[in-house]
Write a protein that binds this ligand. Sequence first.
Ligand SMILES: *Cc1c(COP(=O)(O)O)cnc(C)c1O
Length: 855
Amino acid sequence: MKPLHTYSVIPKLPPNLDALWDLAYNVWFDWNHEVTGLFSLIDPKLWAKSYGNPIAFLNHLPQTTLESLAKDDFFLERLRSVKHSQDIYMERKSSMLPFSYPERQPLVAYFSLEYGLSLCLPIYSGGLGILAGDHLKSASDLNIPLVGVGLAYQQGYFRQYLTADGWQNERYPDYGFEQMPMTLVRSETDHKPVIINVDLAGQPLSAQIWKVRVGRIHLYLLDTNIHENPPHFRQITSRLYGGDLEMRIWQEILLGIGGIKALSILGLTPRVIHMNEGHSAFAGLERIRVFMTEYGLSFEAAMELTASTSVFTTHTPVPAGNDRFPAELMQRYFDGYARSLGLAFKVLLALGREDPRNDGEWFCMTVLALRLSRFNNGVSELHGHVSRRMWQKVWPQYPVEDIPIGTVTNGVHIASWVARDIAMLFERYLGGNWKEDPDYTRVWQQAETIPDGELWRAHERLRERVVDYARARLRIQLAQRDARRTELLQADEVLDPQVLTIGFARRFATYKRATLLLADKERFLKMITDPKRPVQFIFAGKSHPHDNEGKRFMQQLVQFCQQPEVRNRVVFLEDYDMEVAEYMVQGCDVWLNTPRRPLEACGTSGMKAIANGVLHVSTLDGWWVEAHRMDSAVGWSIGQGEEYDDSGYQDFVESQILYNLLEKEVIPTFYERGQTNFPREWIRRMKKCLQLFTPVFTSHRMVADYVKNAYEPAYKNSVSLMEQNFAPAKQLASWRMDIMTKWNALRINNVRSDVPEIIHVAQPIAIQADVYLNGLAPHDVCVEIYAGPVSADGSFTERKTAKMDLTKSLDEGWFLYEGQFTPETPGSFGFTVRMLPSHEHLLDPHSLGLIHWAQ
Ligand SMILES: *Cc1c(COP(=O)(O)O)cnc(C)c1O
């Protein structure tokens, strides 16, 4: 029997408790312990059961509790004080924008398929989402006018549970958005939900919009689970990364095209868009369409404008990880769309192909994003390099160093990931403003002054806490599997709060090599059961539901943990999520990271760990390459950054290095206790982590980098291209067409210099070249010397460029260019000359993919 009508019944808060809703409906609670402390104070048991969700918590409070709270002066005083902190935060005007931004509109719209903002908003799967969440939080702290766009998944990402023999199963609970910190966007006039419509192969898809407050930032989430849609469309926002390719293209059309429509219907006109991963690249097409229809621009002008004001961050260092769609699928959904852009469908398809003429190639979202953005970046220096190599085909004839993909290294939102006990030390020794002070380096310098004893005791408490937490989780895991009573009792015995604790939590993708430690089981066993100086391990992580190989890895590990002699020293916690991550990165002593280089684009869990003074042991991959370069004696590196062709051999070698590191360095350093019973050297390293690494691997620094390297120049492009009714955009587009048609015939000939066989360091070399411009004006191009040391095989090992000047007009469209170059180091040295397009509004001369080299 089903009820005829259903309603949500919520408690009636007495008016003097109203501020609780303001606190509960702003994810600001996630990084301000005083708010969650307040909820916990009301009813600790209920709060603990609420999965970090203050709305569900408040909705479940008995009316009697509320009424007595309303009369509790002590509580009311605390509520006022916390609310006051929030008000101050929300109203603060200061901004770290380095330029004046007088507009009332958001500057940037940030697009991401997932967001990891809080435990109670399960719309993330892993690193990509956490990064997006931390980006919004830092943008809020730094007062960057930014708005987020994403999807509201009814079932989120799957919840993991394991069978008794360690095989991963998935379950998908339904979430009620009314019981979450988000509100449905309604029209101001008729109070009905605001709806946007997107065309899916001739069928209308509708979506409503939820708003999440993240400090000062608004995040809008699209939701298709509404009665206007047929059942298969209602499923579109059901699961993150669920479904087949067609489901994926629906989701990406909704995010990209629907996202732009949602901003528009909300009256938001951000100048710049930032695509976090290629999933949202259709947003670029939709912006082109809007610029064309609303402002009467040609496709070319609209594309210039779009690309000049778009930022794209790629995250995936393996070709297979990038979304690709077959041509037929694209045709079904973009045939008509291409027409609305005035394009033949094949031209649209070419935008997503590495080789536009290759009809066999699938349409790749990353390629589309690279073509529709002038600000592209990878997420660590190494990953930037890998990406330039990986996408070289999009810019044929370009040396890999000049592929226009830069780097902005990821960071984490420190205040969200730091334990309360550690945060209290920061409060005391770094100054009250450590969470938001943009002068990060100065703030973190002061970590030096935290007394060793205080830091160590806080850390030991956190280790105890993660041990307790692991036991409690294990009990729940076992109970769900109907384990016997004796087994349940055993859960209380696992781990030891005094023992060196190593954490490993991440996706069970095979390249992350969770089982590296099992390479020599005997040696591993000896290490964990050492009577004097034992180690223990906490593992966690999910495998993608279709990744059977990853699941087999996990099963191996779990079965290993179940052996009687291992059970108390190695545990696997199910259902890795932000809560498990939090306990682990705060309470372990060492964070272990074993990706097969260079497959970890960046990695962020280790950054959360270092902000808590947890030392890092890692292969030289992702962000750790950069940290290791700053100071190689803070954590430990597995190897020297070698890359191997034989991965089996690599695993063997690196597992041996890891055992040696643990046995000879990590374990002795941890157990080396002086008279005070503190491990002095260990604590010295913990402080170095805080001082050196935390200010660099924070999302404040990351967002500041995006502002400086991308948002600000993109904003300036927007302003300058749109003035005088888009005249500069139109001019740039027609200039580009002109360049495209004439470029092929340009030439650089007869490069000569007065170099003797032997030259001395710092002796300038004069170089001349004849250049044919085919009717282009000299200011349309930039001619430069390209020079540097060369290796034995004759290729450049490094290169610098120096501009050449036009000094003379020769006959028949030829010009004489001259320039100078000075070798700075001895050795074998070479040079050549090249030519690139040049235009005042073209920020990056490489972005058109046009280049000529001297013949
Ligand atoms: C931080 C985090 C990640 C990302 O960690 P990596 O080091 O990039 O693997 C994944 N999942 C959760 C729940 C996290 O908190």
